[in-house]
Ligand binder design. Sequence first.
Ligand code: 6CS
Length: 359
Amino acid sequence: MPTARFRFWPLSLALATALTGCSDSQTDSGDRTAQAPEAPEYPVTWRFALEEIEGSVQHAYAEALKERIEERSDGKVEIDIFPYGSLGTSAQLTELVQNGSVSLAFASPGHLANTIPEVGLFTLHYVLPDDAEVTREVLASPQLLGLFEQPYARENMKLLGFVPEGWMAWTANKPLRTPDDFKGQRIRTMTSDMAEEAFKAYGAEPSQIPYSQVYSDLQLRKIDGQSNPVFAIEEMDFYEVQSTMTLARPAQFVASVVSNLDWYNALPEKQQQWLNNGLDDVAQIAWETQEELNQTRLETMLEEGHLKVVRLTNAEREVFRQASMPVRDIYLEHTGDSGQRIFERVQQLIEEKEANTPE
Ligand code: 6CS
């Protein structure tokens, strides 16, 4: 029987509506303004919306950030965390940031790529390197952040950081050892067209489905498989309704942390410093948390003995890598000069980091 830790949200839309139009620099006295006040009346409360439930990588990140910022600001800033299920789907969370109803949110490129085509880069397979340290450094580099600053700003969002959450793993009711194994498989993807392309290239029949609906669609056999980091497959109970998890290391799950651009620009200098320093503090913690959660949750699933785990060899992965190549052209078609620049620069960054990393 499914344990159904996560069943969703009659309250969410009402709550989202209630938040709409409210500032995140709201003070305890109920003062609501669209921008941070000149002389802030402390404490101020920042709302942080997550795309994942309690116990997840995003939740651990948000808790760590809350602790750091509340400590650094000596309690002048308080952070209210809204785990997934309390406000809405990823697409709805992005809207809440754009209209200033929440101060901070996670926005995963797999959901964001219709709004910001350039972030579709993170849905491509076999672009980021195999070496975990190089990947960590590339994703943490200010140059990478700089490349995406404008595309996010275009949509009234401030990009605050990229958070890697571990290798994507494929689950289905059979092993997925070759692109042929994907033929005809109805694979759930995140809610953007680019997210689908990676699986179309393998011959699958992808469909875009919000995170909250994946478990029931798998259970009802409306879809055959899905792709997510190991920790998520455990915490969302997907492993209960799938027979096999294939580890092909096609891509890291990369999330972005964002805020409303106007809100960020209007923050008093002190508050901006507390935020920026808090983000720096938690970057390394986030990396360690995802490593630990992905490892321990894999062990949990293996102990339960329900899910079969298949690890692809490098030769098997190479076949997928070749099959994934045409998707890069689709990305470039969607993104034009801007995507071309970003793609080339990311490849350069990877090469530079690889050259500086000892074997
Ligand atoms: O698959 C998804 O939709 C989600 N997966 C994770 C691990 N985080 C958030 C995202 O929405």
